[in-house]
Design a protein around this ligand. Structure first.
Ligand code: AMP
Ligand code: ZN
Length: 475
């Protein structure tokens, strides 16, 4: 398997530290609001990567943190602690907000078929681990106390900009807690490991530490939580591109200074989902969530398919027109699969061949679009229906699109009484049957009859039976 590594800026052959096993870490959400569909693009792609690794035979352990300690808003709109901002907005405590939005996040993930990582750890569970790491960094001379805070000293490192992202203008994009000028720092990029003086008078969550009552910096979370569950060596660390600087850069700085050796070998970064006016963010314009898409009538898996159609290393622009197009594609594809003739025996050796093809094609830097092309290749192939279905079932372990679970929007039972074998025609008929069922449901019998007549004019008869609709040619 090959993946692009942001550290080397190359597509590399993936070689884990321990043969057959993968340690994987994902930066989790900040739970002060719903995740927007941009955040979820990153989580879908990380989910595909995890599933692809399992599909390729690896035993994967994946860990995710939940950022429930407040940090400055990256949008710099109010300069307020994000968690506190959420709590005030909803007249709840910070912990209530954290619980509510953590649950909401995993509910969205479930709708998008994103598997919950093996370990999910909230930052507020690990305060003693953070304090320990900071103590070691102070002992080793990588950290210093100044003013009311403890800082990491970036001048102690030969190569702080590990991702090579020294372009100062670009660096501002990812800055969160350094929005305001801090005169206590020795160097411009030094970052806070522990705050003892809150920037916000009413900072909600504080803990005792050797440096006074306070709270941890953001980056320390991921270093500690990943080491707690994955040990000192990690194979793959994931996140959105905005996390490269300063978050991942700082994670590497403090982790490797603490450990005294290289920490993580591969860095997987998902590019942004943008709207037509630029990067999607929680404070900008329409707040695009999974629930909003559902309210507008979209199946969440249509959004999953939308993201799989393009490569994770390219920015993706969201428009409703593009999503409508994807909804049509999804419906057609599922209807086509559901109308496969289920007769015949599964050709196991063919299934294995198709499996290997998929592992190689998609395994070339998570090429999800190639995975989708292969689904169509399977449908066009001369395999029998049972084999096609088995192969698509196998592909869906990675794609996660529920491709073989009944037809989309159509009745579960549509019998192809005539053995019509043109997949395009079957998909068309299935689509019309679904539209007719929807019209009937809305008691629009005129439209239902019109659809039936239209099919008849195309030479297709529909027959309603107790089990469902049967279709056949009229002559
Ligand atoms: P946050 O909840 O802000 O910590 O972000 C959660 C994840 O979403 C992180 O991995 C971010 O890098 C990622 N992310 C934020 N905005 C976008 C976006 N517009 N498109 C894709 N990923 C994003
Ligand atoms: Zn992180």
């Amino acid at each position: 398997m090959k993946i692009y590594n942001s550290l080397t800026k190359k597509v590399e052959e993936f070689v884990p530290n321990e043969p057959g096993r993968v340690n994987m870490y994902t930066c989790g959400p900040t739970v002060y609001h719903y995740a927007h569909i941009g955040n979820l693009r990153s989580y879908i792609m990380e989910d595909v990567l995890e599933k692809l690794l399992r599909y390729s035979g690896y035993d994967v352990k994946r860990v995710m943190n939940i950022t429930d300690v407040g940090h400055l808003s990256s949008d710099a709109d109010t300069g307020e602690d994000k968690m506190l901002k959420g709590a005030k907005r909803e007249h709840k405590t910070v912990m209530e907000i954290a619980k509510f939005y953590t649950d909401a996040f995993f509910a969205d993930c479930a709708k998008l078929n994103i598997k919950t990582p093996d370990v999910v750890e909230p930052a507020t569970n690990c305060i003693s681990e953070f304090i320990h790491m900071i103590e070691v960094l102070l002992d080793k001379g990588y950290a210093y106390k100044a003013g009311d805070n403890v800082y990491f000293d970036t001048s102690k490192l030969d190569n702080y900009y590990v991702f090579g992202n020294q372009n100062e203008d670009e660096l501002v994009i990812g800055a969160r807690e350094d929005v305001t000028e801090d005169t206590n720092k020795r160097n411009k990029n030094d970052f806070v490991l522990w705050f003892t003086k809150s920037k916000f008078e009413d900072q909600a969550l504080k803990w005792d530490s050797p440096w006074g009552t306070g709270y941890p910096g953001w980056h320390i979370e991921c270093s500690c939580i990943s080491m707690k569950h994955l040990g000192e060596y990690m194979d793959i660390h994931c996140g959105g591109v905005d996390n490269m600087f300063p978050h991942h850069t700082n994670e590497i700085a403090q982790s490797e200074s603490y450990l005294g050796h290289k920490w993580c070998n591969y860095w997987f970064h998902v590019h942004h989902l943008n709207d037509e006016t630029g990067k999607m963010s929680k404070s900008k314009g329409e707040f695009l969530t999974v629930s909003l898409l559902e309210e507008k009538g979209y199946d969440p898996l249509v959004y999953r398919l939308f993201t799989l159609q393009s490569h994770y290393r390219k920015p993706l622009v969201f428009t409703y027109d593009a999503l409508d197009q994807t909804a049509k594609t999804y419906k057609k594809l599922r209807n086509r699969i559901s109308s496969l003739d289920a007769g015949g025996n599964v050709d196991e050796s063919a299934v294995r061949e198709w499996h290997d093809k998929f592992a190689e094609a998609v395994g070339n830097d998570v090429n999800t679009a190639m995975g989708l092309t292969l689904v169509y290749d399977v449908l066009k192939s001369d395999q029998n229906g049972a084999t096609k279905r088995a192969v698509i079932d196998d592909y869906d372990r990675v794609l996660g699109l529920d491709l073989t679970k009944g037809s989309a929007g159509a009745q579960e039972f549509n019998a192809n009484a005539d053995g019509i074998d043109d997949p395009e025609l079957i998909a068309h008929i299935e689509e019309k049957i679904a539209e007719r069922a929807a019209a009937k449901k809305e008691k629009n019998f005129e439209l239902a009859d019109e659809i039936r007549s239209q099919l008849l004019s195309e030479g297709i008869v529909l027959e309603d039976t107790r089990q469902g609709v049967i279709f056949r040619r009229s002559n």
